[in-house]
Design a protein around this ligand. Structure first.
Ligand SMILES: *Cc1c(COP(=O)(O)O)cnc(C)c1O
Length: 369
């Protein structure tokens, strides 16, 4: 039986990526920076409606540079959604700041406005808020933005998983002062590895490009007045990104088809619920996720699929439950923990055929028989 993946790279049928890579080779723009990088920044920013973008080596690097651009540093508190990938919070530690983890709500699976309100009362001097849009579902941005304004906190969106998803008609990643995207191998579009920081603040984005290119002062020799990083995306990699961006809408469409297929085929099984889709949310359906409330547990589904050579996954383990972050405060209840305990990410690979999807569904259904 062929392996069915959770989400694997899916290059365009048209071969757009190879055209841009070939251009880079033909002109010997193999070194980092070059026309593909500049164009990819412009094209992605334009697509999501941000003014500027800095193409970087990873989404994690984009998070780090976003926090640095926001002047988050030692002694600062940053509120961070607990139910997310560790990279979201690692950037806070890179900047020697202190994370305070915040619970999610069932309506969005993302940052709970109620828990966030409690956190603001407890830490009114918080410097920044890191909200994630997990699995391509958008957080409820209006109350989050309102509170950030009230407390004068900088808002940073981890949209690594939500490129192409909108909240009330506007693309996720463009609500905050900074937004980040990832083009890691399993994301909705990929450059094999890469990321982008977007913002409307031209001067800050220029500064990020400077830091990410080793912070070289404008001199004929190598002079440095600040600590730099080697975080830029290469011109070859950016070529893949430009090609992938052309098929983003197609990928979102296929991801939605996958979600709808599961909902139709599995929705009537007892104790299965699907991730929440709100009126204001047009997700990119990066991963189709379910929660279970009966006898059958996530691990049963995961192991049964694994036996049939099908990859699935637990929901992110909340960061306040991670040994490495045990010393930091947490505000909220047990929602994130409960979604983790009961959640499964189903295979959501856009290369899956209808036959593949039928195979996945019949393996899952066998657990209920
Ligand atoms: C993938 C991911 C990242 C990290 O992106 P990389 O490009 O792999 O560094 C950060 N946050 C979330 C929520 C992610 O899913």
């Amino acid at each position: 039986m062929d392996k069915i993946w959770l989400a694997s790279p899916h290059m365009s049928d048209e071969g757009y990526e190879m055209q841009y890579i070939k251009e880079a080779f033909d002109t010997n723009w193999i070194a980092p920076l070059g026309p593909n990088v500049n164009e990819f920044e412009k094209e992605l920013a334009e697509k999501v409606g941000a003014k500027h973008g800095a193409a970087l080596s990873a989404g994690t690097a984009a998070l780090h540079m976003g926090l640095k651009a926001a002047e988050v540093g030692e002694g600062d508190i940053v509120f961070c959604q607990s139910l997310t990938f560790a990279a979201t919070a690692n950037s806070i530690i890179y900047q020697h700041a202190t994370p305070v983890f915040i619970d999610s709500d069932y309506e969005t699976w993302n940052l709970s406005p109620k828990a966030l309100g409690e956190a603001f009362e407890k830490y009114p001097n918080v410097k920044a808020v890191l909200v994630a849009h997990l699995y391509g579902l958008s957080a409820d941005m209006d109350p989050i933005i309102q509170m950030c304004k009230k407390y004068n906190a900088i808002l940073i969106e981890d949209a690594a998983e939500s490129l192409g998803a909108t909240y009330k008609g506007k693309y996720t990643g463009t609500f905050g002062d900074y937004g980040i995207f990832s083009f890691n191998g399993n994301k909705i579009i990929t450059t094999s590895g890469g990321g982008m920081l977007v913002s409307n603040d031209e001067e800050r984005i220029a500064k990020v490009r400077f830091w990410a290119t080793q912070a070289r002062d404008n001199a004929r020799y190598y002079q440095h007045s600040e600590i730099g990083y080697n975080y830029r995306m290469s011109n070859v990699v950016a070529g893949i990104g430009r090609g992938q961006l052309k098929v983003l809408d197609q990928r979102v469409e296929k991801k939605k088809y996958i979600f709808d297929f599961y909902k139709r085929e599995l929705g009537s099984l007892e104790g299965i619920d699907f991730m929440p889709i709100n009126d204001w949310n047009k997700p990119n359906y990066w991963l189709s996720c379910i929660t279970l409330k009966g006898e059958i547990k996530p691990i049963d589904v995961i192991l049964t699929l694994e036996k049939e050579n099908i990859e699935s996954r637990h929901i992110w383990k909340p960061l306040h439950m991670q040994p490495v972050f045990a010393q930091y405060d947490y505000v909220g209840g047990k929602v994130a923990e409960d979604i983790f305990d009961r959640g499964v990410c189903l295979p959501s690979d856009t290369k899956m055929t209808e036959e593949d999807l039928t195979r996945v569904c019949s393996v899952i259904r066998s657990l209920w028989e």
